[in-house]
Design a protein around this ligand. Structure first.
Ligand SMILES: [Zn+2]
Length: 285
């Protein structure tokens, strides 16, 4: 499931292909994904020129130079963007029944929104309605923005009940964090996923803030190098090999830690509100 770094990698991969380009052909192959597509979606995009691509949380926003409706895309569980066209060394691709929307630019590039499980979405929003739109209105701050400081994080956690793991997954508290990077950030910060959220103040909040920014920035950097060095032969953006410290590693030794697998059983997996948490009970308190 794409998280913030994967979505940012997709945005960065699409930007040079779409920004400044006119959409000469848009093909919409079904009525909708998680929610119905807007009426006449293809006609409402065809002929317009993309000004810029923005990311907010896990949404990609396609702004147009006419100042009209913005296209909002969410990749859901399995959504992917496939880029084909001149100058790209990918092999010809066989169309898939999961190709739902195809954009062709006046430079001859083709971008396909493919989503096998169809939990993704695409809709159109008037620019003046973005801030109050139901998908965007309640989102918390962007974790990588400078305005998201340790004071802001501590203030948002102050007095909050329930485990820190669940607080960080709450998109109203901070936008765009998912299960994987929350596990990784808590490991790096030395905080147990079970710790009461409200106790993460002061130096703990500072450590957590630094850890969140670091794990996201490192993953985005890894995504960026995947765009440069390992362009997928099928032109797909945003999915790359990660190495996680704790995520998916129950029973293994954790990197740079004094715990011993023999004594502690290594990285633990617990379930919190139906989601797996991976952590080290020696290092994370
Ligand atoms: Zn450990």
């Amino acid at each position: 499931m794409p998280e913030l770094p994967e979505v940012e990698t997709v945005r960065r991969g699409l930007a040079p292909v779409l920004e400044g380009q006119g959409l000469i052909r848009v093909e919409v192959r079904r009525k909708g994904l998680r929610i119905p597509f807007p009426d006449n979606l293809a006609a409402r995009l065809t002929g317009r020129r993309v000004a810029r691509l923005e990311r907010r949380a896990k949404y990609i926003l396609m702004h147009f130079d006419d100042g009209g409706d913005v296209a909002l895309i969410h990749l859901g569980m399995s959504g992917r963007m496939i880029v084909e066209g001149p100058g790209l060394a990918n092999a010809p691709r066989v169309a898939s029944p999961h190709d739902h929307v195809v954009f062709e630019t006046d430079a001859g590039a083709c971008v396909t929104f493919n989503d096998a499980r169809r939990f993704g979405l695409m809709t159109l929003i008037a620019p003046e309605a973005l801030a109050s739109h139901r998908l965007l209105a309640e989102l918390g701050p962007e974790p990588l923005e400078d305005a998201f400081t340790e004071e802001v994080l501590a203030e948002r956690l102050k007095g909050r009940r329930g485990p820190i793991k669940m607080a960080l997954l709450d998109q109203r508290l901070v936008a765009g964090l998912g299960n994987i990077y929350v596990c990784e950030a808590l490991f790096r910060a030395g905080l147990s996923p079970r710790r009461q959220a409200g106790t993460v103040q002061g130096t703990r909040a500072a450590r957590l803030l630094a850890a969140i920014k670091a794990v996201l920035n490192e993953a985005i950097a890894a995504g960026g190098s995947s765009l440069r060095d390992h362009r997928r032969p099928d032109g797909e953006l945003g999915y790359f090999q990660h190495s996680f410290a704790v995520y998916g590693r129950s029973g293994e030794a954790c990197p740079g830690c004094t715990c011993s697998v023999e004594k502690t059983g290594g990285i633990r997996r617990i379930v919190q509100s139906g989601r797996s948490s991976f952590y080290c009970s020696t290092r994370q308190r």
